[in-house]
Ligand binder design. Structure first.
Ligand code: IPM
Ligand code: MG
Length: 389
C-alpha cells in the first residue's frame, strides 16, 4: 500500500485521539444537573424537524401548553418555537445543525424535537451527520432513556443507552485509508461509562427496581465494551440492594422474545449502538416505534423526541395530518417528569394509556380511515380533563 496514504490516515487518527481526549477532559469538568425547580423562567424549545415532525411535534406542544397553562400564563414556562432544523436548511449550509439553530437551542433548558431526516447513501442530500446525533453531542446529552411497558405481559423495561460515545462518537469520521480499506472507530471513556452507569443505578434505586442488566459484546469487542462492562459493574457495587447481571447483546435480543424470561429484566444499561438496535425491538412489543418516546438527558440540557423517523412518504402522499402523535406525547410525559411536573406527567401518561390501549374511542391508522393527529390530541386533552375532575 502507498506509504503516503498510511501516513495521511495516521495523522487523521491522531487528530481523532486528541479531539476525544479533549472531550473526556470536558466531561470531568462538568457540574451537577440543573435544578429546574429553582429557575424563574423555564424555556421549552420546540423543533418540528422534517416530514411528519412538525405535525406531531406541534400537537405535543398544544397538549403541553394545555397541561402547563397556569405556568405559561404566569410567564414561568415559555415555549420557544425554533424553525430551521430542516433537511433543506441543513443541506444548504452543509451542517448537521445550522449555527443559528444551535444558538437558539442553547438558549432553552429543555427541547421537544420532532424526527429529522438522516441522509444516507443514495439520497439527494449531502452526506451530513444526523441532526439527532449532532444534537446529542453538541448539548452533551449523554443518556438516552427509553421506557417500554406492556402491563398485561408484565413487561416494564427502562433502557439507559449511552448516547455520545461508542460507534457514534466519530461515526462520520471513519477513515477510507485506500480504495480497499476502510476503518471506523468505537470510543469509550471512563467518565462516559461512569456517568451513564450512575444514572441507571440511581434510577433503579429511586424507582424500586431491583435489577440492572449490563449489555455488551465484551467477549469480542474487548477493549471498549470490556471497559464499559467493568466500570458499570464497579458502580453497581455501590448499590448492594440491586442485583447486577450482564449479558451479551446477541442473546439479549433473543431473551426479549422469551416470554418466560423477559419479565425479569427491569433496567438495562448499554453502549450506544446496542441501545439503538434493541430499543427498536423492545418498542415493537408495545405497539411499534410509533408508540415510544425517548429522553436525551445531559447535565445542562435535555431533549425529548420520538424514536422513529420522519416518514417523508406520508407527507408526499398528503397523509401528514393523519400522523400518529403518540410517540411525541410519550416524549412529552418524560419532559414533564424531567422538569418536576410529575402530577401532569402522570395525568398525561394515564390519559395516553386510556386513549391508546383501553378505551380507544378514536384510532390512528396513518390515513383517512382513522382520525387526524389534531383529533387525537383533542381526545387526549378531553381524557386528561375527565381524569383531573
Ligand atoms: C434513534 C435513531 C438515530 C440513532 C438515527 C436517526 C441517527 O435511530 O434515535 O434511535 O441511531 O440514534
Ligand atoms: Mg434508532
Amino acid at each position: 500500500m502507498n506509504e503516503a496514504l498510511i501516513k495521511e490516515s495516521v495523522a487523521k487518527f491522531e487528530a481523532l485521539i486528541r479531539e476525544q481526549q479533549e472531550r473526556a477532559e470536558k466531561i470531568k469538568s462538568e457540574k451537577e444537573f440543573v435544578d429546574y425547580k429553582n429557575l424563574d423562567k423555564l424555556i421549552i424549545g420546540v423543533c418540528g424537524g422534517d416530514g411528519i415532525g412538525p405535525v406531531i411535534t406541534h400537537e405535543a406542544e398544544r397538549v403541553l401548553r394545555f397541561l402547563l397553562k397556569d405556568d405559561v400564563d404566569a410567564g414561568k414556562i415559555v415555549f420557544n418555537e425554533i424553525d430551521g432544523l430542516t433537511i433543506e436548511n441543513r443541506a444548504a449550509v452543509g451542517k448537521a445543525i445550522p449555527d443559528d439553530v444551535l444558538a437558539e437551542l442553547k438558549k432553552c433548558h429543555v427541547i421537544l424535537k420532532g424526527p429529522t431526516t438522516t441522509p444516507r447513501a443514495g439520497d439527494p442530500w449531502p452526506n451530513i451527520e444526523s441532526a439527532n446525533v449532532a444534537m446529542r453531542k453538541e448539548l452533551d446529552l449523554f443518556a438516552n432513556l427509553r421506557p417500554v411497558r406492556v402491563p398485561e405481559q408484565g413487561i416494564d423495561w427502562t433502557f439507559f443507552r449511552e448516547n455520545t460515545e461508542g460507534g457514534y462518537a466519530v461515526g462520520s469520521k471513519g477513515l477510507n485509508v485506500s480504495d480497499d480499506l476502510s476503518i471506523d472507530f468505537v470510543v469509550t471513556t471512563t467518565e462516559g461509562c461512569e456517568r451513564i452507569a450512575r444514572l441507571a443505578y440511581e434510577y433503579a434505586r429511586n424507582n424500586g427496581k431491583n435489577r440492572v442488566s449490563i449489555i455488551t459484546k465484551a467477549n469480542v469487542i474487548k477493549t471498549t465494551d470490556g471497559k464499559f462492562l467493568k466500570i458499570c459493574q464497579n458502580i453497581g457495587k455501590e448499590y448492594p440492594e440491586i442485583t447486577t447481571d450482564d449479558w451479551y447483546i446477541d442473546i439479549t435480543t433473543a431473551k426479549l422474545i422469551d416470554e418466560k424470561r423477559r419479565r425479569d429484566f427491569k433496567v438495562f444499561v448499554l453502549p450506544n449502538l446496542y441501545g439503538d438496535i434493541i430499543t427498536d425491538e423492545a418498542a415493537e412489543f408495545q405497539g411499534g416505534v410509533g408508540t415510544a418516546g425517548s429522553a436525551n438527558i445531559g447535565k445542562k440540557y435535555a431533549m425529548f423526541e420520538a424514536i422513529h423517523g420522519s416518514a417523508p412518504r406520508m407527507v408526499l402522499e398528503g397523509r401528514d395530518k393523519f400522523a400518529d402523535p403518540c410517540s411525541m406525547l410519550r416524549a412529552a410525559v418524560m419532559l414533564l417528569s424531567h422538569i418536576g411536573k410529575q402530577t401532569e406527567a402522570d395525568l398525561l401518561e394515564k390519559a395516553l394509556d386510556i386513549c391508546m390501549y383501553s378505551e380507544k374511542k378514536l384510532t390512528i391508522t396513518g390515513r383517512d380511515t382513522g382520525c387526524t393527529c389534531t383529533e387525537f390530541g383533542d381526545y387526549v386533552m378531553e381524557t386528561v380533563k375527565k381524569l383531573a375532575q
